[in-house]
Design a protein around this ligand. Structure first.
Ligand SMILES: Cc1cc2nc3c(=O)[nH]c(=O)nc-3n(C[C@H](O)[C@H](O)[C@H](O)COP(=O)(O)OP(=O)(O)OC[C@H]3O[C@@H](n4cnc5c(N)ncnc54)[C@H](O)[C@@H]3O)c2cc1C
Length: 595
């Protein structure tokens, strides 16, 4: 019997679980088919970028992640000196201070997947169906044009028995050898270099002083990237193997031997090897990322690259994060199906940038390049530091589309809130209870859009008037809030207002704040006072200087429209009501009124 499902996710790796976790939070149940017999036990990836930690924060999972992980705060650079001794040539902050309020951390991929599995189960009981191998995916392109159709046929096999599903939407999250991609006839385009690297997770007994610090070792005997692992004992070594090595012929002994040579004159005795592998580096991109706006490829299914830069799991998770909220919006009838097309527009560019970055990063690391171009250890350290913003996951900038509008914006009003980039956090003080907190905490992944209003100092009468007028517009039938929020839902359920004032918090009284920013909501129909913040000194945590960070003039203010995935869509003035209305009208659907 053919089963019908709204969303079918092929593969429960990083990308699939992240998309599923988002859908589960909105109450959408999907079918997740996984070839393995159970959850991942031993992961390959371990580097978690600042942006991925921010994503986990938006899911309310960052505390658990940060507690379990190794925090990468510093990186040390080691090279052979003229006498051939290994010496530390430099050290620096791993992530440039101020890039993100979250750190770069290291944690096993299986553990990370576990957080998402737990979260989606807690949200709506969502589970993974193990032991299903997806064999074939076909789309009926004619039927795909009808919104309510189930045009995708997915053929699977479990215990030798064929099972067929019809789905509205399918996510191909089935990794580098994706069956979904192959069924659609899509190809991976790119190259495979001849550089071979070995990777091993080991328990090292050594007198090397930086064994608990991230370090690059460029010795006369070869190159090694050291990443300490969570738990205090384990460390990961990425080792460049000699030119011409065939990855299939690499033995664990070869890796142990190479590591000992590179660490010399420090001693290295490997007490145990937890996991190891050898691979050749290839950078490839799928020639298409989607089919008929119904099937979407994510993660390694559409981009592969070397693991050394620690990007694959992160970009894959973020692919899932991107398609997750969009699918939820379309399935819930909140947005036009055209919204799904922005997945390709946004993530294809991110994937292409990833491949370019990986090529240059791999070249930077390879000893072949360092000996031929004559650059010394200082150059290497500088380039490594320069790539920090990229490796932190903070360079993605989405182009204009129905949900990102530089053309309707006045970027000059808030230069630090770049349209198309993720909303950077700053510390502010919550008005209702004086709690110092990161503004990012006010932007959880709950599918709501946010109008973040920087109203300036209310002691300035012009500011107060502008704010009152904006609040009146946003709560009127002419504004997008009432227009796109179903009548029986809370007024902040589709677009949530966030107000950030400037100046002395204790001089502001609640009555000065328009009631639109403290609406009556929830089961108990109480006023929600948690949406107003002040850029002011806090009792114990100093001043966040949010206006300064965002480049906002306190006398002029600004409005930022922020997407459910925390990217900035629009920046405009408090009196430009038209731009705000026009922006939402570009993609949002009016609620259907029951007859
Ligand atoms: C040695 C190594 C180290 C790495 N280190 C890092 C790192 O530090 N940081 C980082 O960001 N990335 C790293 N990566 C890359 C990272 O592991 C991948 O990019 C990431 O796992 C991709 O996620 P995904 O969800 O696309 O695919 P996967 O995690 O591969 O998940 C795909 C899932 O689909 C399932 N599946 C496959 N075929 C089918 C089918 N036909 N039917 C049903 N299910 C199927 C698989 O069993 C699997 O569970 C590393 C990779 C390697 C090899």
């Amino acid at each position: 019997m053919v089963q019908q499902v709204d969303v079918l996710i092929c593969g429960s790796g990083s990308a699939g679980l992240c998309a599923a976790a988002w859908l589960a939070r909105t109450g959408i149940n999907c079918k997740i088919l996984e070839r393995s017999s159970g959850p991942m036990q031993l992961g390959q990836a371990d580097g978690v970028q600042c942006r991925t930690v921010e994503v986990f924060e938006s899911f309310g999972l960052a505390e658990d992640l940060l507690k379990a992980a190794y925090h990468v705060l510093e990186v040390a650079f080691w090279s052979s000196d003229a006498e051939g001794n290994l010496v530390r040539t430099n050290r620096t902050a791993d992530t440039m201070p101020g890039l993100s309020h979250q750190p770069h951390v290291i944690l096993n991929q299986a553990h990370i997947n576990g957080f998402l599995l737990h979260d989606m189960h807690r949200s709506n009981g969502q589970k993974v169906d193990y032991g299903y191998s997806v064999k074939n995916v076909q789309v009926d392109s004619t039927a795909a044009a009808q919104q309510d159709a189930y045009p995708v046929t997915v053929t699977t096999e479990k215990d030798g028995v064929e099972e067929v599903f019809n789905a509205k939407h399918v996510l191909g999250c089935d990794g580098a050898h994706s069956s979904v991609r192959r069924s659609l006839g899509y190809k991976m385009i790119g190259d495979s270099t001849d550089a071979v690297w070995g990777v091993m997770d080991v328990y090292p007994r050594t007198d090397f002083p930086d064994i608990r610090r991230k370090a690059t070792l460029r010795s006369n005997s070869g190159n090694l990237l050291l990443k300490p692992r969570e738990g205090g004992s384990l460390a990961r070594f990425y080792i460049e193997l000699p030119h011409g090595t065939d990855s299939k012929n690499v033995r664990l002994d070869d890796l142990h031997h190479a590591a000992r040579q590179i660490f010399h004159p420090y001693t290295l005795d490997i007490a145990d090897t937890f996991w190891w592998s050898a691979y050749s580096i290839g950078q490839r991109l799928a020639d298409h990322f989607s089919k008929d706006n119904r099937v979407f490829l994510t993660g390694d299914a559409c981009h592969t690259h070397s693991p050394k830069a620690g990007q694959g799991m992160n970009v894959s998770l973020q692919d899932g994060y991107n398609i997750g909220w969009k699918l939820a919006a379309v399935l819930k009838g909140r947005a036009n199906t055209e919204l799904l097309k922005t997945y390709n527009l946004e993530r294809e560019k991110v994937a292409a940038d990833l491949i370019d970055f990986d090529r240059s990063f791999t070249k930077l690391f390879s000893s072949k390049s360092s000996t031929t171009n004559g650059h010394g250890p200082e150059y290497f350290a500088q380039q490594f530091i320069k790539s920090g913003q990229y490796t932190a996951g903070l360079t993605a900038k989405y182009e204009d589309s129905m949900i990102t509008s530089a053309s309707l914006s006045r970027q000059e009003l808030a230069k630090g809130l770049v349209i198309g980039m993720r909303f950077p956090s700053a510390q502010v003080v919550r008005f209702c209870d004086a709690k110092a907190m990161q503004l990012a905490k006010a932007l959880p992944a709950d599918s709501r859009w946010r109008v973040v209003v920087f109203g300036g100092n209310l002691q300035n009468r012009a500011n107060a008037e502008r704010l009152n007028k904006l609040a009146a517009f946003l709560s009127s039938s002419a504004g997008p809030v009432l227009r796109f929020t179903p009548a029986n839902n809370d007024i902040d359920s589709f677009i949530e207002p966030i107000l950030v004032l400037h100046g002395s918090r204790v001089q502001i009284e609640l009555e000065q704040i328009p009631t639109y920013f403290w609406p009556v909501t929830g089961k108990w129909r109480m006023r929600d006072l948690h949406k107003t913040f002040v850029d002011d000194e806090s009792y114990n945590s100093g001043h966040g200087h949010a206006y300064e960070k965002y480049g906002i003039d306190v006398d002029e203010g600004a409005v930022a429209v922020v997407r459910p995935d925390q990217y900035v869509s629009l920046v405009t003035g408090l009196d430009n009501h038209e731009a705000i209305g026009q922006f939402f009208a570009g993609f949002a659907l009016r609620p259907v009124v029951a007859a």
